[in-house]
Design a protein around this ligand. Structure first.
Ligand SMILES: *Cc1c(COP(=O)(O)O)cnc(C)c1O
Length: 435
């Protein structure tokens, strides 16, 4: 399987090259040259297959001959070494919990898969690879944990000082070894700008083998398809496929679901649940795609004003607005509604959603009330403890700490403080090389 740039369909690269590069030189996103049909026995026999067997069958056509079978099996088993339970919340709504990985958000699967693929691809290279990434919170922790101790790879994470939650900061700063955390006295946009400047800097590119671990990388995007198959495996009523609701920001996760659906995964309908950043809900209403600056909300991992993966969704639907509208509905949920949903779901159903999951729950509930008789799943993308201040304010109760977080709280933060001056980042990276 090769991949083409969405900016130039004739420029084709292998899975290996797409993973190492992240983005095509023409700045286009990579897209598989054909969407494979699922192996014929996968859906009928899904209940008898293990998660590993499902994941291998789903991903194998995408990695092709770039990773040998044994190595791919090892990568898969390390990538999905935790549960993905489907938990009933109401008579018609279930929660697919994607927060049982090491950093308590769904990004663990993509980050772990990518880190291991990249580690495999560069293992014979004499020069270490430096992964440089800016984070507003969840990405950094997943990338740090995913790449921890992967030989031949150094990771440098930039995060905005005072703007990530305390749990998120500890996840970034307490690993050490090949992971460095830079606390930048600026905003997420400053961090992102500095990372972009570094990728364009000739001195750094001479001295280092730089790459990114950003969410548009095919090795982060494609394994997210697994969630949808794990959900279907647990779905009881196989004659009536679920409506699937995905809390969306950059639209990578839902795009993976739509890809799985195109390959043959049963689903009744998809819902893109958004917060006040309503670019896609407006697009589906008006037909006009109008990016705008992101506004901050409670569900901050979805504060995106120009979702980078949306163009991949358009590609799946061959840019046909009418066919896209048949499969996807999108809602914009306010912070006020998010808060009351956390409260109501906890009180009525004794289930505690995080703010992102709450956006998903309400969007799904809204769709089901307009389509009686249907049932659905929302993706619970983060553990509520990651956003405990917001959640505790609504329930008035402490969120119980999972073991991984208790363990984190006792550890010492280890980071380097820098300003938004690019010279400081450059100096840090150049000295990292001689270490
Ligand atoms: C990243 C993230 C999202 C948004 O996922 P996209 O693939 O960017 O749409 C939703 N919820 C949580 C908790 C996240 O970390």
């Amino acid at each position: 399987m090769n991949y083409y740039s969405l900016n130039n369909p004739s420029a084709r690269v292998s899975f290996k090259e797409a993973t190492i590069k992240g983005q095509a030189p023409d700045k286009g996103l990579y897209f598989p040259e054909k969407i494979p049909a699922l192996p014929a026995d996968l859906i009928p026999n899904i209940a008898s297959l293990s998660h590993e067997e499902i994941a291998i069958r789903v991903i194998r056509p995408y990695t092709g001959d770039t990773i040998p079978e044994k190595e791919l099996e090892k990568i898969i088993s390390e990538t999905i070494a935790f549960p993905f339970p489907l938990v009933p919340v109401t008579d018609s709504i279930s929660s697919l919990e994607l927060f049982h990985g090491p950093t308590l958000a769904f990004k663990d699967v993509g980050a772990r898969f990518m880190s291991r693929c990249l580690g495999y691809f560069v293992k014979d290279q004499s020069q270490p690879v430096t992964v440089l990434v800016a984070t507003s919170g969840d990405t950094g922790g997943a990338v740090a944990s995913g790449f921890y101790d992967v030989p031949g790879i150094n990771v440098v994470i930039l995060y905005p000082s005072g703007k990530v939650s305390s749990v998120q900061e500890l996840q970034l700063t307490t690993l050490g070894r090949n992971i460095s955390a830079l606390e930048v006295s600026g905003t997420f946009d400053d961090c992102q700008r500095m990372v972009k400047t570094a990728f364009a800097d000739p001195d750094l590119n001479r001295a280092l083998f730089l790459t990114s671990a950003n969410s548009i990388n095919v090795a982060r995007w494609l394994p997210q398809q697994f969630y949808y198959f794990f959900a279907w495996r647990q779905w009881a009523d196989k004659d009536h496929p679920p409506v699937i609701c995905v809390p969306s920001g950059n639209f990578g996760n839902i795009c993976a679901g739509l890809l799985a659906h195109r390959s043959g995964l049963p689903a009744r309908h998809f819902i893109a649940a958004c917060n006040a950043n309503d670019i896609v809900p407006s697009y589906l209403q008006t037909g006009t795609y109008a990016p705008k600056p992101a506004v901050p909300t409670l569900s901050n991992a979805m504060d995106v004003g120009d979702p980078s993966n949306f163009v991949r969704i358009l590609e799946i639907f061959h840019h046909e607005f009418a066919s896209l509208k048949k499969v996807i509905t999108s809602y914009s949920i306010t912070d006020e509604e998010t808060r009351s949903t956390i409260r109501d779901v906890y009180r009525k159903y004794h289930y505690l959603p995080d703010p992102h999951g709450a956006v998903g729950f309400l969007a799904l509930e809204r769709f089901l009330s307009e389509h009686p008789g249907e049932k659905g799943i929302f993706l619970e993308t983060a553990h509520p403890v990651k956003f405990y201040d917001a959640v505790e304010e609504e329930t008035g109760e402490k969120v119980p700490l999972p073991g991984t977080v208790k363990d984190l709280l006792g550890r010492e933060k280890n980071n380097t403080k820098i300003t938004t001056d690019f010279g400081q980042l450059k100096e840090f990276l150049l000295t990292l090389k001689v270490k």
